[in-house]
Ligand binder design. Structure first.
Ligand code: KG4
Ligand code: ZN
Length: 336
């Protein structure tokens, strides 16, 4: 079964053709990051306009690269939640148009479920159940994935997402948007023990995260030094902050693995590209006899191949939509 998939939830316009949920026949990503960089973050209005300009070309390219036409497509999967509403609507409406014109079933797909599915593409043997850390720009969840379309959130952030905290800390140090990736690189040359940062815990919720205090602590550290005319090592600050965030993520994930008895651990979302998170988690999983699956770097960020993968499983479970499909800025991964 061939699925044409479309992604437009944030600042990447993407389309792909995926066969039977696992085989990527094509994957095109048009990023707007250079334009949003000028403003230090994604400007929703600009994102919507760029998606509208790019989407026809990106979808055409995906079909061409896969050497198929719409007549070969069995279903159209589209990201309909969560994300920037104006951005999502561009993809949803485009998918609806194609579906109507060609009478192809429409499959609404949850963005975070798709991030998890990026692992199905990379690891053919991976099947639920497993325990998954989903860490993106807007979400930080620990999820029990019971089946492809059945999942339960057992931990989440009470305030900022990990990606958001990385981006804000990076921005304070003058790094370009999206800062997480730059901070990660700079941190490789720093001392992670140089600055003592808090280890935030949420009372009676051992799997929940709280990154806003940690973010404020690093911002205050930088501002205080500036006021005193002191020069802080950007490498050391980055390394200390990265170390603190990764420690929160790995501690809660390992506790969840222990308590739930999960032997298979998966990570997903933009922050799963983080070099320290990948290294430390691999070590912890090896030490505890757990099997770890991580998406390859090129599938960590937003793309449509992952939407085509998750869309396949949504379709198999009967999750299709009609022409009144809407987009939603927020929707739980549990609802799908
Ligand atoms: O999943 P994603 O591409 O988009 C959303 O669905 O939000 O995640 C983007 C987030 C951004 O906050 C970005 O800074 C962060 O992922 N990110 C990283 C790294 N690469 C991307 N954070 C830390 N280390 C990285 N290497
Ligand atoms: Zn994403």
């Amino acid at each position: 079964m061939k699925i044409l998939s479309i992604e437009s939830s944030c600042d990447e316009t993407a389309a792909a053709v995926v066969e039977d949920g696992r085989k990527v026949l094509s994957s095109i990503v048009a990023t707007q990051v250079e334009e949003h960089k000028l403003y230090g973050g994604v400007v929703p209005e600009i994102a919507s306009r760029r998606h509208a300009e790019a989407i026809s070309g990106v979808v055409n390219e995906a079909l061409q690269q896969a050497d198929v036409t719409l007549d070969d497509i069995d279903a159209i999967a589209v990201t309909y939640a969560p994300g920037l509403i104006g951005a999502l609507l561009v993809g949803v409406n485009f998918a609806k148009g194609l579906s109507l014109a060609k009478n192809i079933p429409l499959v609404p797909t949850h963005h975070l479920r798709s991030h998890i599915a990026s692992n199905y593409i990379a690891h053919s043997e991976l099947k639920p159940p497993f325990l998954c850390l989903v860490v993106s720009g807007g979400h930080s969840h620990i999820v029990l994935v019971d089946d492809y379309t059945k999942m339960k959130i057992i931990g989440k952030t009470r305030d900022d997402a990990a990606g958001e905290a990385f981006d804000k800390a990076a921005r304070t140090m003058g790094m370009p948007y999206p800062g997480g990736i730059h901070l990660d690189k700079v941190a490789e040359n720093g001392n992670p023990e140089a600055f003592k940062l808090p280890f935030p815990k949420v009372d009676n919720a051992p799997y929940d995260f709280s990154f806003s205090g940690l973010k404020t602590a690093v911002i205050n550290l930088i501002h205080n030094a500036k006021q005193k005319g002191e020069e802080l090592s950007v490498e050391d600050v980055s390394a200390s902050f990265r170390n603190a965030v990764v420690k929160c993520l790995t501690t809660n994930l390992m506790k969840a693995a222990q308590d739930t008895g999960s032997k298979t651990i998966v990570i997903a979302g933009g922050v799963s590209a983080n070099a320290l998170l990948r290294r430390n988690l691999q070590k912890l999983c090896d030490e505890n006899g757990l099997k770890l699956y991580m998406p390859p770097k090129e599938l960590c960020g937003d793309n449509a191949a992952m939407v085509g993968s998750q869309g396949y499983y949504e379709y198999l479970s009967g999750h299709t939509a009609q022409q009144d499909l809407n987009a939603y800025a927020t929707k739980s991964i549990e609802e799908g």
